[in-house]
Design a protein around this ligand. Structure first.
Ligand SMILES: [Zn+2]
Ligand SMILES: [Zn+2]
Ligand SMILES: [Zn+2]
Length: 337
């Protein structure tokens, strides 16, 4: 994420800001330019009061990020609406990063199998988080910290967030964008991740019965990635989005690590704009890894769990490099990309 400034007084504001705390200017996020602007009366996203969306309205009254949502909790489900507000904030951040990376974001409203989101509350009945034909379904109950922590412990996961779910599910959608069936990219995905057409139900049954294989850390970014090549792709792509967002944020805020473990800072600068980032994942990791050691150390200093509870084995780095290459190819094909 970038840092932003108030258009009136130039004080620091954030991606989420609705007002400048310094000049009281009413702020909006303008999606076409991806900048914080002065919000003129009547120009707010129709969801501003409901969920504190700061988007500038697009055609139809919603901002382009909110317009990607197909379903939301009912008006008579206050708990669901509160969770929807949290989940939509994570979704805005996701959409921002996809655009920053130069990826096409084609809405389900205009494109067959385009991207859309069903933000559903499990208050009325069970919701299964997942992806099908461009539509990502999110159980917004995961926005409740107590529920999410219970799920995290139950599943033995070191990391679980709504943003993480969104990044994982959108990865399934982008598999078809970055590596369409029959393309050279698809062949490279199969070579790196395995046969994506392998029996999914059997793989799921095996995973929930036996758990991940011993030594999975040598080949997979998470235990869940061992379940099926399709999930390995999604976990790796989601992890790639984590890395790119954090690296962008660190440069935006001027954070750099110059401790003993930093490798070649000059060769691996932290760029605020992903398009200008080093054109090779391994250079990025030279910056990334020392940064994660420092961030974990900082979290431990305040008594919190590790910010980055992951280990990147060489085989995982190879898969991340493939994702990086596929993202850059698609971004380069886009107009102005
Ligand atoms: Zn201001
Ligand atoms: Zn909005
Ligand atoms: Zn998945």
């Amino acid at each position: 994420m970038r840092a932003f400034t108030c258009p009136d007084c130039r004080h620091l504001v954030t991606f989420e800001s609705t007002h400048c705390l310094h000049s009281d200017t009413v702020l909006g996020f303008d999606w076409p330019t991806r900048e914080i602007v002065r919000l003129w009366p009547g120009n707010a996203c129709a969801n501003r009061d409901l969920i504190a969306c700061n988007g500038v309205a697009g055609p139809g009254g919603l901002c382009p990020a909110c317009a990607l949502t197909r379903l939301r909790p009912d008006d008579d489900d206050p708990a669901g609406l509160a969770q929807y507000r949290v989940a939509e904030a994570a979704k805005r951040r996701l959409v921002f990063e996809l655009l920053e990376l130069g990826l096409p974001v084609r809405s389900f409203r205009d494109h067959e199998e385009g991207l859309g989101f069903d933000m559903r509350s499990s208050t009325p009945g069970p919701v299964v988080t997942g992806h099908a034909f461009g539509i990502v379904t999110i159980d917004v109950t995961e926005a409740d910290p107590a529920y999410r922590e219970w799920m995290r412990k139950d599943l033995g996961e070191p990391y679980r967030t709504v943003l993480g779910h969104l990044r994982h599910e959108v990865a399934h959608h982008y598999a078809t964008v970055l590596a369409p069936e029959g393309s050279a990219g698809a062949a490279r995905v199969v070579a790196a991740f395995g046969d994506v057409t392998a029996d999914y139900d059997a793989a799921m049954e095996r995973y929930y019965r036996d758990g991940p294989p011993a030594g999975w850390q040598d080949g997979y970014v998470t235990a869940y990635a061992t379940m099926h090549p399709w999930e390995d792709w999604a976990e790796t792509f989601a992890h790639y989005l984590h890395i790119r967002d954090v690296l962008q944020t660190t440069i935006a805020y001027g954070v750099s690590v110059s401790g003993p473990a930093v490798l070649a800072a000059d060769a691996a600068p932290l760029y605020a704009y992903p398009a200008a980032a080093p054109d090779d994942l391994r250079s990025m990791l030279d910056t990334w890894l020392p940064l994660t050691y420092a961030l974990n150390a900082i979290n431990r200093s305040i008594g919190a769990d590790d910010l980055y509870p992951f280990v990147l084995a060489p085989a995982v780095i190879d898969k991340l490099a493939l994702v990086d290459d596929l993202v850059r190819r698609v971004a380069a094909e886009r107009p102005g990309g």
